[in-house]
Design a protein around this ligand. Structure first.
Ligand code: ZN
Ligand code: ZN
Length: 396
């Protein structure tokens, strides 16, 4: 009887002891698991998520630009001159004085604004953005999972410092993924702890899968195009602007953009000089706006004086003595069509320009008044078609 009691007591003690061991073992395992999860989540949030977003968003600016060029049927992005002609056509259709002012005085800003408008229109109708984002998300998560697998190879058991392995993981990812992984956060004491690598790897793969789901959900939400554009490190409007900007030199007299396309050119030429009154220049000894264009001034042997000539009069035809890298052929007599565009604009907004510049309106030749909207548009089309031989001209 006594023996039996003693055995039962031993058993009870054993059972209670085992319960307690299980209890502490459970708490230990739970804490370890909890610690691994926290570490995996922190690493994912601080290093993997920004890397994934960078991988997804970095190429989009260029992809959007290429799609816009591919889908454009007008050929406006084929050269700086083609784009300039399209802008001039749009100005004619828009028929708004303020837009002409912006074009004449802030050409680059005007181009950039017009390009941005085109990007917004493109993104509001195109499905490319969403499709690429989804594809790139799948790609980058796969690369990350593969890098985790690669880093984990040949490692098992307890690690005294997780940071070293995470650094190795970052390096593997950078080698394979063409990305840069932010890793300053690895200096946090959170990562300098003992952990079981197997357990940590499975937590990391779980948080990667969660990251994929979270981003896919974020991407599926409708967001304003302008907000989307803000997150792109390389903006499509900047890529496109760079492509259609061309030579940045402007005519020293009328500020018309140089239209020579050859990137190595040494001699600048504007395709379409404009009446100088449009830029606020007045006739000599008068306060009425000048209707003369640079080629006409050269042909008529007129004089000019400005800060480049130290205010001394110089014949236009001698302009190369102070602007040696410019070529401005004199106007050919009787050739009206080339200038129809700006002549039409000058007639249309003569009073408004005079008011804007606080001068008197230009005294315009009678035949300018007869130029129609269609003729102005036609002259532009002609210029655009004839431009291909011109645009590759260089000083040789
Ligand atoms: Zn000019
Ligand atoms: Zn040039």
């Amino acid at each position: 009887m006594h023996d039996r009691y003693a055995k039962d007591t031993d058993l009870l003690t054993f059972i209670n002891g085992a319960k307690e061991r299980h209890h502490w073992e459970f708490i230990y395992q739970f804490r370890k698991r909890d610690q691994c999860q926290r570490m995996a989540q922190a690493f994912t949030t601080m290093s993997l998520k920004p890397t994934a977003l960078d991988y997804i968003y970095r190429p989009l600016g260029m992809l959007i630009m290429e799609a816009m060029i591919d889908q454009d049927k007008t050929g406006q992005y084929l050269s700086p001159w083609a784009f300039n002609c399209t802008l001039l056509e749009e100005l004619l259709v828009e028929d708004r004085f303020e837009s002409y002012l912006e074009y004449l005085h802030s050409f680059d800003a005007f181009c950039l604004r017009k390009i941005q408008e085109r990007v917004v229109v493109h993104l509001s109708v195109s499905e490319g953005f969403g499709k690429w984002r989804e594809e790139l998300l799948g790609e980058v998560i796969e690369k990350m999972a593969a890098a985790v697998g690669q880093t984990a190879q040949g490692i098992s058991g307890v690690l005294s410092n997780t940071k070293l392995l995470l650094e190795k993981l970052c390096l593997t990812l950078e080698l394979d993924g063409d990305v840069e992984v932010p890793r300053d956060t690895l200096d946090s004491p959170l990562f300098s702890i003992t952990t079981e690598w197997d357990r940590f790897v499975s937590c990391l793969l779980e948080t990667l899968a969660e990251l994929r789901l979270t981003l896919a959900k974020e991407f599926s939400q409708n967001i304003e195009v302008t907000k989307l554009l803000r997150v792109l490190p390389l903006k499509p409007q900047d890529c496109l602007f760079h492509k259609v900007r061309g030579c940045e030199k402007r005519c020293p007299f009328c500020k018309a953009p140089c239209a020579v396309q050859d990137t190595e050119h040494k001699e600048h030429r504007a395709r379409l000089h404009r009446p100088k009154g449009l830029l606020s220049y007045t006739c000599d000894n008068s306060c009425s706006l000048s209707h003369m264009s640079c080629p006409a001034d050269i042909a008529q042997d007129n004089l000019f004086a400005n800060k480049d000539t130290e205010s001394k009069p110089l014949a236009y035809r001698d302009y190369r003595t102070i602007f040696p890298d410019w070529s401005i052929p004199p106007e050919e007599p009787g050739n009206q069509t080339l200038c129809a565009y700006w002549r039409y604009v000058m007639v249309r907004f003569n009073e408004r320009f005079a008011e804007e510049y606080k001068q008197k309106p230009a005294n315009l030749p009678e035949e300018w008044e007869k130029i129609t909207h269609e003729e102005a548009l036609e002259s532009l089309k002609e210029l655009r078609e004839k431009a291909s031989d011109f645009m590759t001209l260089s000083s040789g």
